[in-house]
Design a protein around this ligand. Structure first.
Ligand code: DGL
Length: 270
């Protein structure tokens, strides 16, 4: 039985936590810091279990539960699933189980996506996200007239985490995946994995950049609106904290395109 916890007594000056399998969620953190600069953030990159995209529901539940327990201990007011995979596979089961407000990127951005004047939306995402059909279902709730089709690219997350996307053979593979997507003539292509905005320069080398949608800004704006509506915007800010479950040195190198870290994240495992 799931016991639903109340998040009525949240402290506005408690931190906002984000997590992902690695550096991908930094694309969301960057936007959050733009729209909500006066908040304190805790970021957790579960590099030990990366990639999440080929993990089972049971594994994803297990990893995220441990991370959520830690965030609960840290008294976070909100937890941002800066990861499409866990948002697609885990969110519905856990959304009322913790003492913080839980935000899912899929659930938060689908309404905006459904309002776009398009007929066909291609979604680049992980295997788990595509197979869950979460974007198809959620967008159809708001607008059943948009055809949503997914394509997974299992190597892309590795390219980003290894910072190897510019190696000629990897670039070639990314562009071949794009060619395959373009055969379906999408009006827009959603970067439905938070790692993929790291590849935007490569992806847009042959096609117009505005073909792609990075949903992180919509997500950050949604979170801001929610916190404002609940009178939960912070009145003072403290130092952000970064954690990974392994390999902090590589995290700093791969992160730099979106987030320049001046120090190594701490290693934290559960
Ligand atoms: N960046 C995450 C997502 O948005 C996870 C990618 C992965 O680890 O496979 O889905």
């Amino acid at each position: 039985m799931i016991i639903s916890k109340s998040n009525k007594n949240l402290d506005k000056n408690s931190p906002i936590a984000l997590f992902d399998s690695g550096v991908g969620g930094l694309t969301v953190l960057k936007q959050l810091k733009e729209v909500l600069p006066n908040e304190t953030y805790i970021y957790y990159g579960d590099t030990l279990h990366m990639p999440y995209g080929d993990k089972s529901e049971e594994q994803l539940l297990q990893y995220s539960s441990k991370i959520f327990e830690y965030f609960e201990k840290r008294n976070c007011k909100a937890v941002v699933m800066a990861c499409n995979t866990t948002s697609s596979v885990v969110y519905e089961q856990v959304k009322d189980m913790y003492n913080f407000k839980l935000f899912s990127i899929v659930q938060a951005v689908s309404e905006v996506l459904a309002s776009l004047d398009i007929k066909k939306l291609g979604v680049f995402a992980t295997k788990a996200t595509v197979e869950s059909g979460a974007y198809n279902r959620k967008i159809a709730e708001y607008n059943p007239n948009i055809e949503v089709f997914g394509q997974f690219c299992p190597k892309w997350v590795h390219f980003v985490e290894e910072n190897s996307m510019n190696e000629p053979k990897n670039k070639k593979e990314i562009l071949a995946d794009l060619e395959k997507m373009l055969e379906n003539n999408p009006d827009k292509i959603l970067l439905g994995c938070t790692h993929y905005p790291f590849l935007l320069d490569i992806l847009s080398s042959g096609v117009q950049k505005d073909l792609f949608i990075d949903p992180s800004l919509y997500f950050a704006q949604y979170i801001k609106r929610y916190l404002h509506s609940k009178d939960l915007l912070a009145t003072h800010v403290e130092e952000d904290e970064f954690y990974v479950s392994e390999n902090p040195e590589q995290f700093v190198v791969s992160a730099q395109m979106f987030y320049k870290l001046a120090y190594l994240p701490k290693v934290l495992t559960f």
